[in-house]
Design a protein around this ligand. Structure first.
Ligand code: ATP
Ligand code: MG
Ligand code: MG
Length: 554
C-alpha cells in the first residue's frame, strides 16, 4: 500500500504492526453512550473504527458507554445496534457494556482509596468547581483531601449502598491540584445517581465518570487503539494516569484523537437533536430531515453512500466544517447507479392530444436504468389524456425555452413528438388544459424516420387514466443557517427553516406500486425519491432524498 495515501492513524498502526507491538494485533472499539440515536458524526467514527479492524484483520467492539442512567434507555441501545449493522459493520462477539465492568471498576476504586490515591469529598459540586483554580493559578485542596483512608472507604461504601443523597459526596482521584492540566486536579471518579439503570437495575447508586471508566474498559477488553475526538486530547494524561494505576499485563491501550465531523446546515449534539424530537419540531429521531443515521436511512440514503462520504472526507487532526452538499453528492452518485427511472409529475397540468384515438391505451417500452444494463425495462401506459409538469409549458415562450409552447415541438419521453396547439383557462386565467397534436410516426424506438427526428427538449409525463396519486414529501434543509449552533446571542432553533417540509400530491406511473418501503427510484428530470414507511395500500408516500443536481440557493 502507498504510504502517502494512509491517514495518520493508519500510519501509526502500520508502524505498530511492523514493530510487532500488541503482537501485531489491531483491536478498536466504537463506544456510544445510549442517550440518543446515532448521527452522521458517529458514522465517521464507526467507519474509522470498524474500517481499521477490517483493513488490518483485527477486531472492533461495540461498547455501550452506559454510565449515566438518568439519560440512557434501552430504545437507544436497540437503535444503535440497528444503525451500525445497517451501515454494514459487524462487531466482535456480543455487544459490550461499561456496566459489565461496574464490579471491577468499583474494586479498583477501593484499591485506589486504600493506596491513598482517591478520597471521598463531601463538598458540593459548585465548591469543588470553584476550588479548581485556573490554568495559570493552582487549585485549592479540598478539606477532605487528606482524610483517613478508613473514612473514605466507609463513605464510599455508603455512597454505593444508596445511604447518601445525590450530590452529598463524590469520589475523587488524588493527583495534583496545581497541575497545569486542569483535568489532573483531583478529577471526579464517581458520583451518586439514585436512578435505576437500564441493565443493572437498582444494584448501583454510584456511577463512574467517563475519564475513569473509559480507559479501564479499554484495558479490560484488550483494545489496542482507543480512538476518540480531539477534545479528549487534553484528557489523555488522565487516561494514562488511571490506566497506570491498575495496569499489570497484556495490551496497554493507547488513546488517539482525530478531528470530529462538523457538517454545515445542521446540529449534531444529541442533546439538541433530542430537543427537536421532544418539542415535536420533527416527527421523531428518524425524521428524514434529521442528521441521524435513521433519518438519513428514511430519507433514502444508502449505507454505501454514507461510507463513501466518510471515505471522501478522510481522517485528520484539523477541525473543519464539511459542506452538506458533499453528503448529497455521495448519495446522488450512488443512486444514479442503482435506481430505476420512473415518471412522476409533481405539479401536474392536463395535456390532451387532440388527434389521438379516444379511449385507446398503448403500452410503451421504457428502459429502467440506462446506467445498469441488467435493470431491464417495463411497460408504460400512454393515452389521449396525460399530465405534464406545469413548469414544462409556456404560452409565450422565449426562444431558449426548450420545453412545450404553442406551435413548438417536444418529445414525450419513450413516446411521441407532440406540438402545442391551444390552451383552456379558468376564470382567473390559470391554464387548466393544454391541447396538442402528435406525430403518429414518431414513436421512440420504432425506427421510423420520424422517430429519429431531433427536437429540442424531452418531457416526462404520465397517462391520466393510469396515473396513481402519491403523497410526495419535499424536504429542504432543516436549518437556514450554515452554523445554527454557532451563534452566541441566539438559540439554534431560531434558525429553523420554515420551508423544510412541503407536502404535495403527485401523479405517478402505475409501475411504482411494485416498490416496497425504503426502495429507491429516480423521478426522471426531478430527483431521487424513496418510499416512506408511512405508505399504505391506499396511498403511496415518497420522500425526496435529493434533487438531480445541486439546486441549493436557486
Ligand atoms: P454528542 O456530543 O452528540 O452527545 P458524543 O460524542 O457524546 O456526542 P458518544 O455517544 O459519546 O456521543 O459518541 C460515541 C463515539 O462517536 C465517540 O467515540 C465519539 O468520539 C464519536 N463521535 C461523536 N460525534 C462525532 C462526530 N461529530 N464526528 C466524529 N466522531 C464522533
Ligand atoms: Mg459522550
Ligand atoms: Mg455527549
Amino acid at each position: 500500500e502507498n504510504k502517502a495515501s494512509l491517514n495518520f492513524i493508519e500510519s501509526i498502526i502500520e508502524e505498530e504492526i511492523k514493530e510487532g507491538k500488541h503482537g501485531g494485533e489491531v483491536y478498536t472499539r466504537f463506544p456510544p453512550e445510549p442517550n440518543g440515536y446515532l448521527h452522521i458524526g458517529h458514522a465517521k467514527s464507526i467507519c474509522l473504527n470498524f474500517g481499521l479492524a477490517q483493513q488490518y484483520q483485527g477486531k472492533c467492539n461495540l461498547r455501550f458507554d452506559d454510565t449515566n442512567p438518568s439519560k440512557e434507555d434501552q430504545e437507544y441501545v436497540d437503535s444503535i445496534q440497528e444503525d451500525v449493522k445497517w451501515l454494514g459493520f459487524e462487531w466482535e462477539g456480543e455487544p459490550k457494556y461499561t456496566s459489565d465492568y461496574f464490579d471491577q471498576l468499583y474494586d479498583w476504586a477501593v484499591q485506589l482509596i486504600k493506596e491513598g490515591k482517591a478520597y471521598v469529598d463531601e463538598q458540593s459540586a459548585a465548591t469543588i468547581a470553584e476550588q479548581k483554580g485556573t490554568p495559570t493559578e493552582p487549585g485549592k485542596a479540598s478539606p477532605f483531601r487528606d482524610r483517613p483512608v478508613e473514612e473514605s472507604l466507609a463513605l464510599f461504601e455508603q455512597m454505593k449502598n444508596g445511604e447518601l443523597a445525590e450530590g452529598a459526596a463524590v469520589l475523587r482521584a488524588k493527583i495534583d491540584m496545581a497541575n497545569p492540566n486542569m483535568h489532573l486536579r483531583d478529577p471526579l471518579m464517581y458520583r451518586i445517581i439514585n436512578k435505576a439503570h437500564h441493565r443493572t437495575g437498582d444494584k448501583w447508586h454510584i456511577y463512574p465518570m467517563y475519564d475513569y471508566a473509559h480507559g479501564q474498559s479499554d484495558y479490560l477488553e484488550g483494545i489496542t487503539n482507543s480512538i476518540c475526538t480531539l477534545e479528549f486530547e487534553v484528557h489523555r494524561p488522565l487516561y494514562e494516569w488511571f490506566l497506570g494505576q491498575v495496569y499489570s499485563e497484556g495490551t496497554k491501550p493507547e488513546q488517539r484523537e482525530f478531528a470530529r465531523l462538523n457538517l454545515s446546515y445542521t446540529v449534531m449534539s444529541k442533546r439538541k437533536l433530542l430537543q427537536l424530537v421532544e418539542e415535536n419540531v420533527v416527527s421523531g429521531w428518524d425524521d428524514p430531515r434529521m442528521p441521524t443515521i435513521s433519518g438519513l436511512r428514511r430519507r433514502g440514503y444508502t449505507p454505501e453512500s454514507i461510507r463513501n462520504f466518510c471515505k471522501t472526507i478522510g481522517v485528520g487532526r484539523r477541525e473543519n466544517v464539511i459542506d452538506v452538499a458533499l453528503l448529497e453528492f455521495a448519495v446522488r452518485e450512488h443512486l444514479n447507479k442503482i435506481t430505476d427511472r420512473v415518471m412522476a409529475v409533481l405539479n401536474p397540468v392536463k395535456l390532451v392530444i387532440d388527434n389521438y384515438p379516444e379511449g385507446e391505451t398503448e403500452w410503451l417500452e421504457a428502459e429502467n436504468n440506462p446506467e445498469d444494463e441488467n435493470a431491464g425495462s417495463r411497460k408504460l401506459p400512454f393515452g389521449k389524456e396525460l399530465y405534464i409538469e406545469r413548469e414544462d409549458f409556456m404560452e409565450d415562450a422565449p426562444r431558449k425555452f426548450f420545453r412545450l409552447s404553442l406551435g413548438k415541438e417536444v418529445r414525450l419521453k419513450n413516446a411521441y413528438i407532440i406540438k402545442g396547439e391551444s390552451v383552456e383557462k379558468d376564470a382567473d386565467g390559470n391554464i387548466t388544459t393544454i391541447h396538442c397534436t402528435y406525430d403518429a410516426d414518431s414513436r421512440s424506438g420504432s425506427g421510423t424516420e420520424a422517430s429519429l427526428r431531433k427536437v429540442k427538449g424531452t418531457l416526462h409525463w404520465v397517462a391520466a387514466e393510469h396515473a396513481l396519486d402519491a403523497e410526495v414529501r419535499l424536504y429542504d434543509r432543516l436549518f437556514s443557517d450554515e452554523a445554527p449552533d454557532g451563534h452566541k446571542d441566539k438559540d439554534f432553533k431560531a434558525f429553523l427553516n420554515p420551508g423544510s417540509l412541503k407536502i404535495i400530491t403527485a401523479k405517478v406511473e402505475p409501475s411504482v406500486s411494485k416498490y416496497k418501503p425504503l426502495d429507491h427510484v429516480q423521478f426522471q428530470r426531478t430527483g431521487y425519491f424513496n418510499i416512506d414507511p408511512d405508505s399504505t395500500e391506499e396511498k403511496i408516500v415518497f420522500n425526496r432524498t435529493v434533487g438531480l443536481r445541486d439546486s441549493w440557493g436557486k
